[in-house]
Design a protein around this ligand. Structure first.
Ligand code: SAM
Length: 260
């Protein structure tokens, strides 16, 4: 059996009720916690979420989809909003924290949404989100693999990412070209991995190092660190961004911070 929206808004609609249930089952929000859906679209997940969670808000940027959702689910708190403009702190004041996030993400802004969730890590406890399989693989990638990069280090530092299951293009209508995956991100709200390093500075170190991922840190970071009056020492100089684990990036940032 498959579910279909009453009108087409040209989006890829998730029509397999088994996958919908599997996704909603993966949301581990306690009954009294607020749940946010990002990009509710034509409500493939929304009906099931509304039934399960007492306090729930859907965000959607497309006004036609918002009108559709209001027609289908009169009790739904749906907000026509760009999720990238959402002030998570205000939402937490209104609804209480921690908040749980779920959604089939708009694939073109997946990374920005993930970075926003990291920034909201004291507010958002857990996110269960669908994204392109390729991106999901980057989040959980290990050093020295092709998929390992900025997303891997940032996400593994601030969250515990878990690839839950792959999602075939066949469960969407129209069928997209890409494969997808569900990911669970458990946000580390206490910054325990940071070892007192400034998160902004850590981000700059990661970005600068991965700009030239195969070069040694002496080459990829050298100009920048010399500008700060710091020489990389010991075996650090000869290492490459793609082989440093997330804790090693934190240690590198700590070393640079302590000398600048
Ligand atoms: N949840 C639906 C489903 O599973 O069938 C639709 C998911 S679709 C991949 C992504 C949805 O995000 C679309 O409805 C799109 O309009 C919405 N969207 C795109 N950019 C957005 C943004 N910046 N803020 C909020 N929603 C956005």
């Amino acid at each position: 059996m498959s579910i279909r929206p009453k009108q087409s808004l040209g989006q890829n609609f998730l029509h397999d009720p088994n996958i919908v249930r599997k996704i909603v089952d993966a949301v581990r929000a306690p009954a009294d916690r607020h749940v946010v859906e990002i990009g509710a679209g034509q409500g493939a997940l929304t009906g099931e979420l509304l039934e399960r969670f007492a306090t729930f808000t859907a965000f959607e940027i497309d006004e036609r989809a918002v009108a559709y959702l209001r027609g289908e689910f009169p009790d739904l708190d749906v907000r026509e909003r760009d999720i990238l403009q959402l002030d998570w702190a205000s939402l937490a004041e209104e609804k209480g924290a921690p908040i749980y996030v779920v959604g089939n993400l708009p694939y073109n802004i997946t990374s920005q949404i993930l970075f926003d969730l990291i920034d909201a890590r004291t507010i958002v406890r857990e996110a269960v989100v669908m994204m392109q399989l390729e991106v999901a693989e980057r989040l959980v990638a290990e050093p020295r693999t092709k998929a390992y990069g900025i997303l891997s280090v940032q996400l593994q530092t601030f969250t515990e990412p878990e690839l839950l299951f792959k999602v075939s293009p066949n469960v969407f209508f129209p069928r997209p070209d890409v494969h997808s995956a569900m990911v669970r991100l458990r946000l580390r709200g206490d910054d325990s991995m940071l070892d007192d390093v400034d998160p902004e500075f850590l981000r700059d170190v990661i970005r600068t190092a991965f700009n030239q991922r195969r070069k040694t840190l002496r080459n990829s970071l050298g100009r920048w660190t010399r500008g700060m009056g710091i020489e990389l020492e010991g075996d650090l100089e000869g290492r490459r961004a793609e082989e440093l684990t997330p804790p090693e990036f934190v240690a590198l940032a700590r070393y640079l911070e302590s000398r600048s």
